[in-house]
Design a protein around this ligand. Structure first.
Ligand SMILES: [Zn+2]
Length: 701
């Protein structure tokens, strides 16, 4: 599933990279933005008159905008009035021919810069990414090195960033949504060019964000629960020794797995729910976290030293105590919030972290996302699906059933049969490489297009399960990393390879065939994932086997719907918590704890209680992403909606090939504009809800 792609907006890479560097520098006071120099106004007025006289009335708007944008980011260190004036006089492109040259030059050279930086990054990661023998300690350092870390700073320092700001428009999301549909492709490319310089974040602010990321990440990474040490009132243990589950992912997955345990499954699930609630409320005893040395009854909260006979890991050196975790979870979240908030004054077109996530990263207004998620959680399909789950379970729903995973279809073919077919077909990675044109033709690409794309994909043996790594310049190729065992490829590997191939095909078209490389790519991860899933969904046919039948399809749809229903609520909690933090910037961890618990309850009571017939559940607050991923969670439900829209459209089209290419070359415009072009409608939940309705009907047959 993993797709590795450096974004064309290289400052993002720079931001990421900073987080990998030294965490030890003390915060210094950053130069404040917009502390406009006293001479700025007079200089700008003088230059406006001068440029107007030189280039004419037709350039007035551009002159004013350029001066405003440069002034906004200009700092004392960039020079005095004379430097500013000289810079503007020399670099304002006042006629179309010069502007065209500036545009083309930036487009070509940035492609080279980003492309080669990406090439270096790919090569530096080769030893850790590919199945090439032992990894030495230095290989990890190479893999973590980010060559473009200082590009953004460099470009402000040498004033190339100011050349862009002087000549091309910064835009808000509102403008992109309102005027974007009327813009020419060239205008869109100019907007994307300027986007790359819409912030000038001081190094110490980036460092603070990096530190917050590292701190919260390590807090979450060590948040394990030792399951064998969970005991009930009678001292009974439900879980096997050595089972160490990372919150929340492994705990949630264990709830899913427990549906297959007819004897103890329900008791296990109830116990895990209890553990999760203690994490959210922070009534979990601190001494039991990641500690196999304590036995804990999560219902009574009683803690005892584990008997030596039950030892299944190295106990922590802490006192036996039921003292609760002191709101560390929320202290971490506040650390994240306060670090992100430092960016606010340096980001004029998106002045809060919430705005940066929605307006810039997602380019979907928060209110619309909120509405879409509410449409999912209040849909009649949710209640109907819940009824169906109750019938399948033979009991009323319990809160943890938001993670019900019983919509599984049984395949016509056993995994062993499939493994055999695949291993015979693809004994080596080269065999798969050779077959790519053939596979693409089966998906409806013309022989010419199939060969063209295949020529742009290099297959490498992956160390892990596989991933796709696109190129960032046209002279490079996309890489498909796939796992091939000594005995040949197995079915799981093939299934993943087909998915990654979908990414590679998108990457090839959206870089090599898009009209402006400044627009290369797709609007966001969800789009390339959706396109990759379209490929993956046809993997059996690519092996010459029968496609899944209508019942299997319906089960898969309900599984996706139920997952979207669950994660929509989680996302709504994440969003509300960030708003609360912005409204209470001085809050204590304890206050944030109380607020989060209340928000989780409110979202549950409003949307889930009517379906589950139980109030005040706080499970929606347990996701670890809330703490270490800084408002990332809404991406998941949005991703599901986008995937359904694209898949439904593909189903109606029949031949995937030409449709896939048509969609991919639209490039990096707003998600709505991309989706309008692809399917005739903006991003929304209708496709998912319609498909769910059809699935419910199919299963009631
Ligand atoms: Zn993927």
């Amino acid at each position: 599933m993993r797709v590795i792609r450096l974004t064309v907006l290289f400052f993002t890479c720079a931001l990421l990279a900073v987080s990998l560097q030294s965490q030890e520098q003390p915060m210094s006071s950053s130069p404040k933005p917009s502390a406009t120099a006293p001479w700025m106004k007079a200089s700008s007025d003088k230059l406006e008159a001068e440029l107007l006289k030189k280039y004419g009335e037709g350039q007035r708007e551009r002159i004013q905008r350029g001066l405003r944008q440069v002034a906004e980011f200009w700092r004392a260190e960039d020079g005095d009035a004379a430097v500013f004036e000289d810079f503007v006089r020399t670099n304002f492109a006042g006629d179309q021919a010069t502007l065209d040259t500036v545009f083309t030059r930036f487009q070509d050279l940035l492609e080279q810069l980003v492309g080669h930086m990406h090439e270096i990054g790919r090569t530096f990661r080769q030893q850790t990414d590919l199945d090439l023998g032992p990894i030495l300690p230095m290989d990890d350092v190479f893999a973590g090195y980010e060559p473009s870390a200082h590009v953004s700073d460099d470009f402000f320092q040498n004033k190339l960033a100011f050349v862009v700001l002087l000549n091309f428009p910064l835009t808000t999301l509102e403008e992109r949504l309102q005027d974007g549909p009327k813009w020419s492709r060239r205008q869109w490319a100019e907007v994307r060019l300027a986007d790359g310089f819409s912030k000038r974040i001081p190094a110490d602010v980036n460092l603070a964000i990096g530190r917050a990321g590292a701190e919260t990440g390590s807090y979450i990474a060590q948040y394990n629960i030792w399951m064998h040490h969970l005991v009930d009132a009678k001292g009974q243990r439900l879980f096997p020794p050595k089972m160490r589950l990372l919150s929340h992912w492994n705990l949630r997955d264990e709830i899913k797995a427990d549906y297959a345990d007819p004897q103890n499954g329900l008791a296990k699930q109830r116990t895990i729910q209890q553990v999760m609630e203690r994490i959210v409320t922070q009534t979990i005893p601190e001494s039991v976290i990641d500690n196999p040395g304590m036995d804990w009854n999560p219902f009574t909260n009683e803690v005892k030293a584990a008997a030596p006979a039950e030892a299944d890991g190295a106990p922590k050196d802490v006192k036996v105590s039921d003292a609760r975790e002191p709101d560390t979870r929320y202290a971490m979240l506040l650390t994240a919030f306060r670090a992100e908030k430092l960016v606010d004054p340096y980001s004029p077109t998106a002045p809060t972290h919430i705005a940066r996530r929605f307006d810039e990263d997602r380019e979907l207004p928060e209110e619309r996302v909120q509405k879409m998620l509410e449409q999912v959680v209040t849909s009649p399909q949710a209640a109907q699906t819940a009824k169906l789950i109750e019938a399948r379970l033979g009991r009323p729903l319990e809160p943890f059933d938001i993670w019900y995973n019983g919509f599984r279809s049984s395949s016509k073919y056993s995994e062993a049969e499939l493994d055999q077919i695949v291993a015979k077909k693809y004994p080596t990675a080269e065999a798969y490489q050779k077959d790519i044109p053939n596979l693409l033709m089966k998906l409806g690409f013309s022989p010419e297009r199939a060969q063209y794309v295949a020529n742009n994909i290099i297959v490498d043996p992956a160390r892990g399960s596989g991933h796709a790594m696109g190129a960032e310049m046209r002279s490079e190729k996309a890489h498909l990393r796939t796992r091939v065992e000594k005995t040949g490829m197995n079915y799981k590997g093939f299934n993943i390879a087909v998915h990654e191939m979908g990414h590679n095909v998108e990457q090839t078209f959206s870089l090599n065939n898009v009209d402006y490389t400044l627009l290369s790519g797709v609007p966001g991860t969800a789009f390339t994932e959706a396109l990759a899933f379209v490929f993956q969904g046809h993997d059996l046919e690519l092996l010459g086997l029968a496609a899944p039948d209508a019942t299997s399809e319906a089960l898969k749809t309900l599984n996706d719907f139920w997952g979207t229903y669950e994660i929509s609520g989680v996302a709504l909690v994440d969003m509300a918590v960030w708003h609360w933090m912005y409204e209470h910037p001085e809050a204590t961890p304890q206050q944030l704890n109380q607020a989060t618990v209340q928000i989780a309850k409110d979202v549950w009571n409003k949307y889930y209680a009517p379906v589950f017939h139980k109030k005040d559940v706080i499970l929606l607050g347990v996701y670890s992403h809330m703490i270490d991923s800084f408002l990332y969670l809404p991406d998941y439900p949005i991703g599901h909606l986008i995937a359904f829209q694209i898949e439904e459209k593909m189903k109606k089209t029949g031949a995937i090939g030409p449709e896939f290419e048509r969609m991919a070359i639209e490039g990096r415009v707003t998600p709505d504009l991309w989706m309008e072009n692809a399917t005739g409608k903006p991003v929304g939940p209708d496709a998912l809800l319609d498909a769910t309705q059809r699935a419910l009907t199919q299963l009631s047959k």
